[in-house]
Design a protein around this ligand. Structure first.
Ligand SMILES: [Zn+2]
Ligand SMILES: [Zn+2]
Length: 171
């Protein structure tokens, strides 16, 4: 989404409101996360002395497989894009601070999509769980312990007895 900042930059207002939606793009192939459309954002640009600060709340929904039980799960996530707003013309290679800089072009147009998208990508979780207390799969028989139970847990077979068990197979 492109915002025309010309009247704000030339005017006397202290803030400029931004909101909108954007389409999800494809994530790198090795990611099994899928971001569900649309990604929503809502924020403001503030004029602070002679500088501009941008702060945008981003909200999105993603689908992935739970790391423990492997079931598909959908979660909501929030992240924030914030930094300084500058004109791209004055862009220098080594800006002296660590703050993120968001550039608008020489026509005072701000294209936020790529900034929002990269913020979403960098906020994706490393580990996805369907719930905080997902019980996962039984390491012995593989049943989903959230929905089923089994008799495997609670005792582990001594490897020396394992051999004996083979001699006396269960009926
Ligand atoms: Zn799970
Ligand atoms: Zn089991």
């Amino acid at each position: 989404m492109i915002f025309d900042l010309s009247s704000f930059l030339d005017g006397h207002k202290h803030s400029y409101h931004l909101d909108g939606e954007l389409e999800s793009k494809l994530l790198p192939k090795d990611s099994d996360i899928r971001i569900i459309n649309p990604i929503k954002f809502d924020g403001d640009i503030f004029k602070v002395d002679s500088e501009y600060q941008i702060h945008v709340n981003i909200c999105y929904t993603y689908e992935s497989n739970c790391d423990r039980c492997l079931e598909s799960t959908t979660n909501e996530a929030k992240t924030v894009l914030s930094g300084k707003l500058k004109e791209s013309k004055g862009k220098t290679i080594d800006e002296d601070d660590d703050e993120e800089i968001i550039y608008y072009d020489e026509n005072d147009l701000l294209d936020l999509d790529s900034y929002i998208w990269s913020q979403v990508v960098s906020s994706l979780p490393m580990k996805v769980l369907c719930s905080k207390d997902c019980k996962g799969l039984c390491p012995q028989c593989g049943v989903n312990l959230n929905t089923q139970s089994c008799d495997c847990m609670g005792y582990t077979i001594d490897p020396r007895l394992e051999k004996l068990k083979e001699l006396f197979p269960k009926k």
